[in-house]
Ligand binder design. Sequence first.
Ligand code: GLU
Length: 287
Amino acid sequence: MDGATVVTRFAPSPTGRLHLGSAHSALFAERCAREAGGRFLVRIEDIDRARCRPEHAAAMLEDLAWLGLAWDGPVRVQSEHSDEYAAALETLRARDLLYPCFCTRTDIAREIAAIGGAPHGADGPVYPGTCRAMAESERRARIAAGEPHAFRLDIAAALASVTRPLLCEEVGEGVFEADPAALFGDVVLARKDTPASYHLCATHDDALQGVTLVTRGDDLKPAVHLHRLLQALMGWPVPRWRHHALLAGPDGRRLAKRDGSLAITALREAGHSPAEVRAMAGFPDKA
Ligand code: GLU
């Protein structure tokens, strides 16, 4: 493959039906690839088995095909590759960059209140580090006793182990330096019920699949800061990013997934053509 080939992907989580907002993301990713003569991939991010359903994944692919989207190569389905994410996690654990965290949400809220607050990150207050300094013997005993735990990235240790600055390029905006400590702190990379978090799985797959341009809605823009660090830690290539504004409805407000009438299946059933739905999703056919 030519080193300069643009490879994009649409990576939905099948938690519901494909709706106009996600169709916009898919069409955006495909357009970026096609305009550059590159490749467009589809990946199903269903690692969170509690929220994702295989029937939604199948329906999403059908809707994408109905919309006229053609992806290159087979669809990668994350739930079929749990062992690969577990191996990536193990690489970080073996380098002492992860620690088990036994805190519940309530524990964290209580600790934050006790210390008088915590800085706000991309996903809420930054974890105050309660379990970071726990003795190894206590960790082992609590894990052996079957106590539920997550694995957190020791962000300070992680940053100390990579070459900085961690530069990122947002197409159209330029280059900036990632600041994952401020935005994520000691982020959870695995929970008891999921083998690895979205962040690790998505960056793992973008590297494996040779994605060179990550496109997605700007609600996920802060994730770049963490993804760039994970890429440095794992020695993965660094893509460029291009985020798009979330599709807005006629009232100017962001479209919400929960509005069932915006599901592509509902629009199909109401008699709209693929071209009409592409136009509703912000990609009218060129005259
Ligand atoms: N699976 C994510 C979502 O549906 C998108 C991840 C990404 O594009 O990096 O929100």
